[in-house]
Design a protein around this ligand. Structure first.
Ligand SMILES: Nc1ncnc2c1ncn2[C@@H]1O[C@H](COP(=O)(O)OP(=O)(O)OP(=O)(O)O)[C@@H](O)[C@H]1O
Ligand SMILES: [Mg+2]
Length: 600
């Protein structure tokens, strides 16, 4: 159970989480190996360029013969072409690798998150999961492909250049190494300050987008309460705050640029001055001095990109850590190692036999107050049972337990003679059809929305189900009939139409056990009648538990169960209960949405 939540961990600076990238890289070892080969060749030819240039100057130019000059120029061009080819190959391979790894990480994370139970989503905001899936994977992407490439290339170039500088002139290298700290130390300390500032700038920007997201998502509430001016002011303040931090950051960055440019140029000038004297005294050639300078520039560039990479690497490590958390979260509800199979459903046979036995259940966030307490009930196959009770009585909770979104603290639920705790939750859910209070539609066509009931159903079966649910007529007059896009969350349909889609889904699924949470919002009389008829057809041939809010429904049920405070307090038919149970009589008079007068 503890695994189901994501504790807010202090963000470590360790880069260890990047080790979890390996399982994703491993299947593509071949590509990785080729990428490294291309990398080495590109670096090799890049390091050869200054040498070629130096030879060109010393041997070619000073030889005074045009032919020699030509040969050296051709050699120089050849090295350049090789460098270009290997660099392109390296770029292609590492980018491919990065994209591949991130696609795999995304898919693996989603695959795990979609099987998590409601407990997980009670403590984890879906927005956070989404941001991990997009932002964090993007961070990891930059590191796992291009980042690795830059880091390796810069490391090779840095060490290669230093070695080559030593080969060219040990004296100059020594001088360089002495001059280095005077450049590096101030740059590093300013750089550290800069990093802190850019993190806080990033945080300020996140603040502004958080604010905008929150208000734009609830735009109608904002406008209904005329909060536009207030929110604009808050947003302005947030934007100003992020601007202020950005200005401070830019100022530090400007200082850093001034300082590092001056120091680097000064250091190079000193080395150049010393080198010029060496050339004058014939201790080294002009070509060698050029060669040395080029290697010094290489080393400088490599060192700069390595230090820049380092903060990227740390950010990617943090992102990877968060992704691994999502990938390793385990649902509290899992299938037992050897799930007990539910008996096969014979057509027309007695499936959908439900028993609650002394069930006691508390929601994890409220361990001291039971939502169901000593709840025992047997429902015969084919029976229709209506649950009635005040709001918060525990009616919907029974559905949550039957669908095995939670396990009870004690007692059992038995479906077709199998304790559902011993069965595979998938098998249990396949046997149940749910028509929820509020139908959730997906952003796809009417046809696909109905097909969610049974993904392998044919078009004809989908249409037959729609007909049975009295949905066919309104679907065919939609602009594109069954292919009409229903809008995100089905916002382009009315409540009654959405409900009929949900009923069509359940008809298509044809489950032995139907769980129906009757909508509380009253439909108009006409759609009420068609929905009711559709439901009756559906209920006729299977076990049905219906959370009833209408007199018409309870009158048709075989049995009414009155629930209060998580307990069954009475059961029977409408007339008996009206006479015998004061709570039921009161509910009938006040709660049924199709007219209290009818109940009186
Ligand atoms: N996810 C949850 N976490 C904690 N408590 C919950 C959760 N869902 C429901 N409850 C609590 O459990 C109790 C039973 O809720 P339930 O949803 O079963 O009521 P209900 O009978 O369906 O009510 P209504 O008619 O209003 O839908 C209520 O006190 C409710 O506050
Ligand atoms: Mg409910």
């Amino acid at each position: 159970m503890a695994d189901a939540s994501l504790p807010e961990r202090p963000k470590s600076k360790s880069v260890k989480p990047l080790a979890s990238l390996w399982p994703y890289l491993k299947p593509h070892r071949g590509v990785l190996a080729w990428a490294i080969v291309a990398l080495l060749l590109a670096s090799g030819s890049m390091l050869a360029l200054p040498v070629a240039l130096s030879k060109l100057v010393d041997k070619g130019m000073s030889a005074g013969s045009a032919e020699t000059v030509d040969i050296y120029f051709v050699a120089f061009l050849g090295v350049a072409v090789l460098f270009g080819a290997f660099a392109a190959m390296r770029f292609y391979l590492v980018t491919w690798l990065g994209e591949r790894v991130v696609a795999d990480i995304r898919a693996a994370t989603y695959r795990n998150v979609i099987r998590m139970d409601p407990q997980f989503f009670e403590v984890t905001r879906t927005g956070e999961v989404l941001s991990r899936l997009t932002t964090d994977t993007t961070l990891v992407q930059s590191i796992s492909g291009v980042g690795i490439s830059i880091a390796l290339r810069s490391t090779i170039n840095l060490f290669g250049s230093i070695v080559m500088m030593g080969v060219t002139s040990l004296k100059l290298l020594g001088l360089m190494l002495i001059a280095m700290p005077t450049v590096i130390i101030p740059v590093i300390s300013l750089g550290r300050k800069l990093r802190k500032l850019s993190r806080s700038s990033q945080d300020r920007i996140a603040d502004t987008s958080g604010l905008a997201g929150e208000t734009l998502n609830a735009i109608q509430t904002v406008q209904a309460f005329t909060l536009e001016a207030l929110n604009t002011r808050r947003y302005d303040q947030a934007v100003e705050a992020s601007f202020d931090v950005a200005v401070v950051r830019t100022r530090v960055r400007a200082w850093l640029t001034a300082l590092s440019t001056t120091l680097v140029v000064a250091a190079i000038t000193i080395v150049l001055w010393f080198g010029a004297h060496q050339v004058l005294s014939k201790e080294m050639s002009g070509g060698e001095l050029i060669q040395f300078l080029l290697f010094a520039v290489y080393a400088g560039v490599a060192a700069a990109s390595l230090s820049e990479m380092w903060s990227e690497v740390q950010r990617a490590a943090g992102a990877m850590e968060r992704l691994v958390e999502l990938q390793q979260a385990t649902p509290a509800i899992v299938a037992p190692a050897h799930p007990q199979p539910l008996p096969a459903v014979q057509p027309g046979a007695n499936a959908g036999h439900v028993r609650f036995e002394h069930v006691r259940f508390c929601y994890p966030s409220r361990p001291e107050s039971p939502a169901l307490d000593d709840f025992s009930l047997a429902i015969a196959p084919g029976e229709t049972v209506a649950f009635v009770g005040p709001s918060g009585a525990g009616k919907s909770t029974t559905f949550q337990l039957l669908l095995r979104f939670y396990d009870p603290q004690s007692g059992q639920m038995i479906l077709d003679d199998v304790d559902i705790a011993c069965a595979d939750p998938i098998a249990v859910r396949q046997r149940i059809g749910l028509v929820p209070q509020d139908t959730v539609l997906f952003g796809t066509s009417a046809r696909e929305n109905i097909r969610y009931g049974r993904p392998d159903a044919t078009d004809d079966e989908v249409e037959a189900a729609a007909r049975a649910a009295a949905a066919h007529d309104f679907i065919t007059v939609l602009p594109k009939g069954y292919e009409t896009f229903l809008g995100e969350r089905g916002t382009r349909l009315s409540g009654g139409q959405r409900q009929r889609i949900a009923i069509a889904r359940a008809i298509l699924k044809n489950p032995p056990l139907l769980l129906l949470d009757e909508a509380t919002s009253a439909l108009d009389a006409e759609s009420e009648r068609v929905v009711q008829e559709a439901l009756e057809r559906l209920m006729a041939t299977r076990t049905t538990i219906i959370i009833a809010h209408r007199l018409a429904t309870v009158l048709k049920a075989d049995r009414i169960i009155v629930i209060d405070h998580g307990r069954i307090i009475a059961s029977g038919r409408h007339e008996e209960l009206i006479a015998a149970n004061p709570l039921y009589a009161r509910l009938a008079a006040l709660q049924f949405t199709d007219g209290p007068a009818a109940a009186a």
